[in-house]
Design a protein around this ligand. Structure first.
Ligand code: IMP
Ligand code: MG
Length: 177
């Protein structure tokens, strides 16, 4: 399946599942080496990173915890003054090493907001692990400790990422033509 169509748009296969898994395993090895003995809490940011987190955590061999959080959407426009919240965070993060597991960093605004909200919980350290980073649009200078792959500034779907809610279940990544 080299080409797929979602809601009338054509996408071509760009990163096969096997290639993704190689990078996921490499990132897990880096994590196993770097934060062994620190009892980290991994925070999988839903929805996009569910598949990445699943494969990553199978390769993380150190004692750790795993939780799932979601950044609430803006209700109405962002200028309406509605603050965004981290939904689902029930763990006590005080004094813990936290690893944020993200699918993709584009402008960096989502990650910036997540980090901002996390620091209120007084963790000892926060590390960021993102499967994908779009370097051209990495506007904010955010610390990203673990990167699966740097990709061009194209729109992609698959491996957790969606286009209009579709395509998250695809095991490989596809780029919009
Ligand atoms: P940022 O706030 O601009 O860094 O955007 C991050 C979020 O935008 C990700 O968590 C994704 O949900 C979404 N996103 C960014 N680029 C893509 C893409 O190419 N395909 C699908 N979703 C994307
Ligand atoms: Mg995301």
């Amino acid at each position: 399946m080299d080409r797929i169509t979602i809601n009338g748009k054509t996408f071509r296969l760009s990163i096969p599942h096997e290639e993704i898994l190689k990078q996921v395993e490499r990132v897990a090895e880096e994590i196993n080496r770097d934060i062994a003995g620190q009892d980290p809490v991994f925070l999988c940011v839903l929805n996009g990173s569910f598949m990445f987190a699943s494969d990553l955590m199978k390769c993380v061999k150190i004692p750790c915890e795993l939780s799932f959080v979601k950044l609430s959407s803006y209700s109405g426009t962002s200028s309406s003054g509605q603050a965004r919240q981290l939904i689902g965070l029930t763990d006590d993060l005080r004094g813990r090493v936290v690893v944020v597991v993200e699918d993709i960093i584009d402008s960096g605004l989502t990650l910036f907001k997540i980090l901002d909200l996390l620091w209120e919980h007084m963790p000892k350290a926060v590390k960021v692990c993102s499967l994908l980073v779009k370097p051209d649009k990495h506007k904010a200078h955010l610390p990203v400790d673990y990167v699966g792959m740097e990709i061009p500034n194209d729109f992609i779907v698959g491996y957790g990422l969606d286009y209009d809610g579709k395509g998250r279940n695809l095991p490989s990544i596809y780029t919009m033509e």
